[in-house]
Design a protein around this ligand. Structure first.
Ligand SMILES: [Ca+2]
Length: 243
């Protein structure tokens, strides 16, 4: 009986994992295709050999690789031109959580939540309301699975604000390990332009070089100030550094 029970638990776990991962894979794949079609700046580097699913690539263009993997290059396995942000549209989650993202705040009265009533695309966005307080920092944070050393990372995303006094922004942070501490040390960061006031969905961009000593890259969709802000359709793409 206990064997049956544990087999049942395993089966349920597998079903849950499938239920979560299948739509996420679909979302990621969809963004890759959309990104390729709509954004010429990032449309190089189709890594179709490793990641194409048979029959899924309706484009059928025979893309030559503009960025072949270089032997011995420290970041030769980095995927160029692919959105590395899972759940970039905040479609997967609950009101309190967005899969893959951490909520960050300073407990100054803000609410960081997933909004099912406001979206640039899909059904949801990531939101912050300061509930009338002035907050020094709050938002959504993701640590990248990848570490594209000696490459440039470019983050883009859409921000909408309502009666916002301060700044809503995207921020990329580069961290390195500290001696004698589990906490990473921020060694460099880049902000997008700030969005404030009453602004409809505004495209924001931030980019930064990832140095060889980096041990982590974080993307934040955050606010400082007072008001409400929403974030949707984020991306982070790796590019070759300009010489
Ligand atoms: Ca969305």
């Amino acid at each position: 009986m206990s064997t049956k029970k544990s087999a049942c638990v395993v089966l349920i776990a597998v079903l849950v994992i499938l239920a979560v991962s299948v739509p996420v894979q679909y979302l990621v794949r969809k963004e890759v295709v959309v990104g390729m079609a709509s954004d010429a700046a990032h449309s190089h580097a189709h890594d179709e050999d490793e990641h194409a699913h048979a029959g899924e690539d309706g484009k059928g263009e025979g893309h030559a690789h503009e960025h072949p993997a270089e032997e011995g290059h420290p970041a030769a396995n980095v995927q160029l031109g692919t959105n590395l942000i899972p759940n970039f549209g905040f479609e997967v989650g609950t009101r309190e959580q967005a899969w893959g993202w951490m909520r960050v705040g300073t407990d100054e009265g803000e609410t960081v939540y997933r909004d099912l009533e406001v979206a640039r695309s899909g059904m949801a966005s990531a939101a912050v309301t300061t509930n009338g307080s002035y907050v020094r920092g709050a938002g959504w944070l993701m640590l990248l699975d990848e570490l594209p050393l000696e490459h440039v990372v470019v983050a883009e995303g859409y921000i909408k604000t309502q009666d916002f006094d301060g700044a809503a922004y995207l921020k990329i942070t580069i961290g390195t390990s500290q001696e004698g501490s589990d906490r990473p040390l921020a060694i460099d960061w880049a902000y997008s332009d700030a969005v404030a006031g009453d602004s409809d969905w505004t495209l924001c961009t931030a980019m930064i070089y990832v140095p060889p000593e980096a041990t982590g890259v974080w993307l934040e969709a955050g606010v400082q100030g007072q008001g409400r802000a929403w974030f949707d359709d984020l991306s982070l793409v790796v590019e070759e550094p300009e010489d």
